[in-house]
Design a protein around this ligand. Structure first.
Ligand SMILES: Cc1cc2nc3c(=O)[nH]c(=O)nc-3n(C[C@H](O)[C@H](O)[C@H](O)COP(=O)(O)OP(=O)(O)OC[C@H]3O[C@@H](n4cnc5c(N)ncnc54)[C@H](O)[C@@H]3O)c2cc1C
Length: 402
């Protein structure tokens, strides 16, 4: 019997598709009842959280002790701790708190071949880091039953500021400046011209022309002031204009409700989809244009020219992610329509040196591009690990492993 581990059910890449591979049947393994915080270590500032805890529940347990995880993806309301770990989820405050995998110090993984408890110190030189193998294992290499994560004190101060930059190129240069100066705010999110115009207008008064950069700072009064001063220096030098806190309030209000709009749009005959990638700063401009053009051409070919808008919400010293939102009229077969567009975008991503996913993971949908990520030998290494921990191939067949 094939087994599909189920956390919060928010996978957007077919991670939960009921594929049975060569098995006669498939069962969902619901992790919902693994819902405890089993340890909080205020000295080391770590917490051990069971995999089935939903993000709001985990946050509530931590906040009782004045702690927070700081992990707030758009799927926050429903997604689980185990799901975050199994997909390397990235929260909106990733610049301040890091992607979920960066928070994990230890984890327990149950596999058909036995149980592993990995991670015994904040850092180790004892060979390759096996935690990294099972983080993002997407339920194909084992079931994560708990994770030990770094936690922080609940911030004393939250400070929001929006900025306007003349165009997307100037905005990405400003973000690169922030990342390379070590001056990234806790949240840094740059919308391209179209997303600024559309989402900005939905959220509040019409934004100025150009691109909007949302910045938020969290911490003590001193750290917030110091980070803000450092970011201001970089942004002012990059030609950005401050817009105050107003536009950020609109973004905060709409950040969890926007996905629900998708159902309304689908019912109204519109196709609404998203996809994401990441690349080095050098490749980013080419990648940005190539994916937009590929989506426009593919959907144009089905007689449904799209609106394609994008933002950058996760930045590093050497590169950043790109997140696209695509709107179009639905064709007669919307599933085939999006599959063709997604194929074109995936090929463009790989062709421009981007990764097929920065944080949504592989699932079934991104599997066709996995060989491009790992190479043939890398794919064989993954298959060898799979054979060792899951010799009968019962865990999530048809996902992740090329
Ligand atoms: C509206 C919306 C907004 C989103 N926003 C973001 C975002 O901002 N950032 C982001 O990174 N992602 C986002 N996502 C994607 C998704 O939320 C993440 O991938 C999330 O980490 C999945 O968590 P989950 O608990 O829902 O996992 P599920 O969807 O239940 O499972 C995801 C995959 O992990 C496996 N899995 C789940 N739990 C375990 C476990 N304990 N052990 C082993 N395998 C397991 C499943 O088999 C599946 O393959 C969004 C999705 C939606 C629908």
């Amino acid at each position: 019997m094939a087994v599909v581990p189920y956390g919060g059910g928010t996978s957007v890449v077919g991670g939960l598709d009921a594929l049975r591979g060569e098995h006669g049947s498939v069962v969902t393994l619901d992790l919902r009842r693994l819902d405890r915080m089993t340890d909080l270590d205020p000295v080391s500032m770590t917490a051990t959280l069971e995999a089935g805890l939903r993000a709001p529940e985990a946050e509530e347990l931590l906040r009782r002790h004045g702690m927070t995880l700081g992990h707030v993806p758009q799927s926050f309301e429903h997604a689980s701790i185990g799901g975050f770990a199994a997909t390397r989820s990235a929260g909106q405050a990733s610049a301040g708190y890091g992607r979920f995998d960066a928070m994990v110090t230890a984890l327990t993984v149950v596999t058909p071949a036995g149980t592993l408890r990995l991670g015994r110190a904040p850092a180790s030189a004892a060979g390759p880091d096996l935690r990294q193998l099972f983080l993002d294992g997407e339920g194909a290499l084992g079931v994560i039953t708990d994770v030990t994560v770094r936690v922080r004190p609940v911030p004393e101060v939250l400070l929001d500021e929006a900025w306007s930059v003349p165009d997307f190129a100037a905005g990405t240069a400003a973000l690169r400046g922030l990342a390379q100066a070590g001056a990234l705010p806790t949240v840094a999110r740059l919308s391209d011209e179209l997303e600024t115009a559309i989402m900005g207008s939905v959220a509040g008064p019409r934004p100025p022309p150009g691109c909007q950069l949302v910045t938020c700072y969290e911490g003590t009064a001193e750290t917030v002031e110091a980070r803000r001063a450092a970011a201001h220096r970089v942004l002012t030098a990059a030609g950005a204009t401050p817009l105050g806190a107003g536009p950020v309030a609109g973004w905060r209000e709409g950040r969890f409700s926007a996905p629900y709009l998708r159902d309304t749009l689908l019912d109204a005959g519109a196709l609404a989809e998203t996809l994401e990638t990441a690349a080095s700063w050098r490749r980013l401009p080419e990648l940005y244009g190539a994916v937009r053009d590929a989506l426009t051409a593919a959907l144009g070919a089905s007689g449904t020219p799209p609106i394609v808008m994008a933002h950058v919400s996760h930045a590093y010293p050497d590169g950043a992610s790109l997140y696209y939102t695509v709107l179009a009229a639905q064709a007669a077969d919307p599933v085939a329509q999006w599959a063709a567009a997604k194929r074109a975008a995936g090929d463009a991503i790989v062709g421009c040196g981007g990764t097929i996913t920065h944080h949504h993971a592989v699932g079934a949908d991104h599997r066709p591009w996995m060989r491009a990520e790992t190479g043939e030998l890398g794919a064989e290494v993954l298959r060898a690990v799979k054979r060792t921990v899951d010799p009968r191939g019962i865990l999530n067949p048809g996902k992740l492993i090329p």
